[in-house]
Design a protein around this ligand. Structure first.
Ligand SMILES: [Zn+2]
Length: 262
């Protein structure tokens, strides 16, 4: 049986669909990660709350390496992350769902890799095409509107952005803005785990509105939570058994040191 993991972002701190759930602390060389494991429709599912219980961890304090290393240790082959974002693109409204297909990294002070020895993984398509296809199928079956593509701009935070920054990100092709997909998405690729992310637009980004209220973000995130959970569970049931994408071989040919010394 293949294991799938859900990394819940803001608003998703639990996954109450699991049968016989068990909480576990997974030790890794990067630190400890707390997960909940259980069964959903006969499939083993691991749930990890990215921000911890009670949203204790801001984006720049999350131990991304411990989280991904723990999921790897548990034999997880696929991860679907959820993320609450600000909308940059004019076509997006609060409450919309976006299935990310690209990111642009503007973080400043994180650890981006498991390797210090010249491993360069391909990130042409950072989000797994198989997961993306499955989530779109789930959305169609549930009749939930999901924007099929979106470029995620990742900032360091924890402050929100200035309107000048948002103007710049818009001119660079950014559709939504958040603080957590980097390095989570990169580390999953390095661990050869498929990674997909569903973003919920919680607010218009800076400059499209006078002021961003954190209260509004929390309320929108809560109101989209149930639909997001149904998208996740449907995607889990539709996920194919075998992986046919390139994510599982991401490290093949990625060791430059080895290639040049052959
Ligand atoms: Zn994949």
């Amino acid at each position: 049986m293949k294991r799938i993991a859900i990394i819940g972002g803001s608003g998703i701190y639990d996954l109450d669909i699991l049968n016989n759930p068990q909480e576990r602390s997974i030790e890794t060389e990067y630190g400890t990660a707390k997960v909940k494991m259980g069964l959903y429709e006969g499939q083993e599912v691991v749930f990890l709350a990215r921000h911890g219980k009670g949203h204790a961890l801001p984006p720049h304090k999350i131990n991304y390496r411990a989280n991904i290393a723990a999921l790897k240790k548990l034999g997880v082959e696929r991860i679907i992350g959820t993320t609450s974002v600000g909308g940059i693109s004019a076509k997006l409204r609060p409450g919309d769902f976006v299935l990310l297909d690209q990111f642009i990294d503007f973080t400043k002070n994180r650890t981006y890799t498991f390797y210090d020895d010249a491993v360069h993984v391909d990130m042409t398509r950072p989000y797994c095409p198989e997961i993306r296809k499955t989530v779109m199928m789930a959305a169609e079956m549930l009749k939930v509107k999901v924007h099929e593509k979106g470029t995620y701009v990742c900032t360091e935070g924890p402050r929100l952005e200035t309107s000048a920054e948002i103007k710049m990100f818009a001119s660079l092709g950014g559709d939504v803005i958040g603080m957590t997909n980097v390095p989570e998405c990169i580390l999953a690729r390095e661990a050869e785990i498929c990674y997909g992310a569903i973003a919920l637009v919680a607010n218009p980004a800076a400059g499209f509105t006078d002021k961003i209220s954190y209260q509004d973000i929390v309320e929108m995130t809560k109101s989209g939570g149930e639909t997001l959970k149904s998208l996740l569970t449907k995607s889990i049931s539709l996920m194919p058994e075998e992986r046919r994408c390139a994510c599982k071989d991401a490290l093949k040919g990625a060791h430059f040191g080895e290639l040049f010394t052959k």
